[in-house]
Design a protein around this ligand. Structure first.
Ligand code: GSH
Length: 227
């Protein structure tokens, strides 16, 4: 098999790529990157010195592809017979990229800040940054609530890269700032995402690792058991 995904089973950015791989039904080997293990760190930083997971290595083409959206676009280019995650219509493709960015930058990045606020040592925390991150989540939820009033998926009827980004971002965001009870259109969208077979598979695989998530007590009970 020529593809290897360097990933971690709890990582929201990694779930985004796994969901895309499952949508496309592309086989891929996996290597867990444990940043606490010096050997893993050295190998991974050798591939991608920025050191952010996931990264995809394609042995057949001798290429390493970092950054989730670029990885998914790479899969789209090199596996053209698989499910399309970037719409062929240029205006719709821009829309998919925009919402992909929104989920990554304005949900997932603030989430990382909030989680870091819990796991860092007392003197290394950034309370102001965490407060701003919580406010950003609230703004993004309100935007999404409006946007999703008449849409099945992030940009309309087609499931795209934006939905791959949305599912894991919303899954963890709900543990930090719950939205299911306050944002009905967003909640309905989230439930559709969580019922999607590709997403169910990604979360069935992640479930054994939830015990290591710093806000594990806030994961909804329905996601803790096989359904
Ligand atoms: N923009 C990157 C972000 C990836 C990212 O932030 N990954 C996190 C895991 S969810 C990571 O590698 N964190 C390790 C660290 O920052 O040391 C992408 O889309 O791939």
């Amino acid at each position: 098999m020529s593809l290897t995904l360097y990933f971690h089973p709890l990582s929201s950015f990694c779930h985004k790529v796994l969901i895309a791989l499952y949508e496309k039904q592309i086989e891929c080997e996996r290597k867990v990157v444990d940043f606490g293990n010096p050997g893993d760190r050295e190998t991974f930083f050798g591939l991608w010195p920025i050191g952010k997971i996931p990264a995809l290595h394609d042995a057949a083409r001798g290429q390493t592809i970092p950054e989730t959206t670029i990885i998914i676009e790479y899969l789209e280019q090199h596996f053209p017979a698989t499910a399309r995650l970037f719409p062929p219509d240029p205006a719709q493709a821009l829309d998919a990229r925009l919402w992909d960015r929104l989920f990554d930058l304005y949900l997932r990045v603030p989430m990382q800040k909030i989680v870091a606020g819990r796991i860092r040592a007392e003197g290394e925390r950034d309370p102001k940054g965490v407060e701003e991150a919580r406010a950003m989540l609230a703004t993004a939820y309100d935007m999404l609530e409006q946007h999703l009033q008449n849409r099945t998926w992030a940009i309309g009827d087609a499931f795209t890269v934006a939905d791959c980004a949305a599912a894991p971002a919303l899954f963890y965001a709900d543990t930090l700032r719950p939205f299911l009870e306050t944002h009905p259109a967003l909640a309905a969208y989230f439930n559709r995402l969580m019922d999607r077979p590709s997403v169910r598979r990604a979360y069935a695989e992640a479930r054994p690792y939830f015990q290591h998530y710093p806000y594990r007590e806030a994961i909804r009970a329905r996601f803790l058991n096989d359904a």
